[in-house]
Design a protein around this ligand. Sequence first.
Ligand code: PRT
Ligand code: ZN
Length: 285
Amino acid sequence: MSKLKIAVQKSGRLSEKSLELLKQCGIKLPNSDRKLKTEATNFPVEILFLRDDDIPQYVEQGVADIGVLGENEVLEKDKTVDLLERLGFASCRLSLAIPKDELYTGITYFNNKKIATSYPKMLAKFFVNNDINAEIEEIGGSVEIAPGIGLAHAIFDIVSTGSTLLMNGLKEVEQVMRSEAVLIGYPDIKAPQKELLRQLSFRINAVRNAYENKYILLNAPESAVAQICDLLPGMKSPTILPLVEKGWCSLHSVIREDQFWEVIGQLKSYGAQGILVVPIEKMIL
Ligand code: PRT
Ligand code: ZN
């Protein structure tokens, strides 16, 4: 039987979340010690555990049909792969940082400077696009210590909370790109694998929509229902149920998590009370 081969990071920041996503998609994996590969017990997929640096090459060659990794790694490796889905976890940014006491005068600051990074291709592209002539020093890890030990004037690295920069006496001065985990695919994927991928993408979208949306229930005076429905259009339209108390109803809808705090004040000003916001497990549009 045909199987869909999925490459995930063996160990690191992406591995737990990648496996968690597959689990939420209903894919059961045997408890293993993450050897090189494992097979799901209830869906025709095979998981290959790899270093994230190797995933673009495996997917370009079709050794894996799809792979989960950081978008930054996809851009750096620059292989011929399709970008299929953004997955919403492992969000970070790739930024240029300099010693905190240096005066930053704008991007031309980097002319004739030496910059340490593990992402030389991406940085070179950024400098070409911005007409900057700088020297790029490629190093494998612990990039943030490079200025302190005199190896470079500045660094280009992944930033998440910013605490690593702070601890190393650096400040972020240019954000070059944002990144998150993405699903990439083999461009010449075979028909049976393509069908399995379609089924998996459907499940991933149901899980992602559920993350991004909340179920909202509230009590409102009937006179405010029209205004509240405008604010909370829901999936098709909100559900309205009468309350025992005359002139009041209960309104149920779906709201994007990131819009919730923007509309809450307005809901209250329309007279909404007893607002409940509840997580959704799966959401099929
Ligand atoms: O062994 P393998 O090659 O598979 O893994 P790896 O060491 O190359 O990668 P890993 O597991 O460290 O990261 C995998 C991916 O996670 C990256 O390619 C990014 O897409 C994503 N990601 C998200 C991060 C971070 N956030 C992150 N904060 N990757 C690394 N960091 C590091 C960063 O390098 C810096 O040292 O965390 C530090 C900065 O964090 P803050 O919070 O102090 O700003
Ligand atoms: Zn890596």
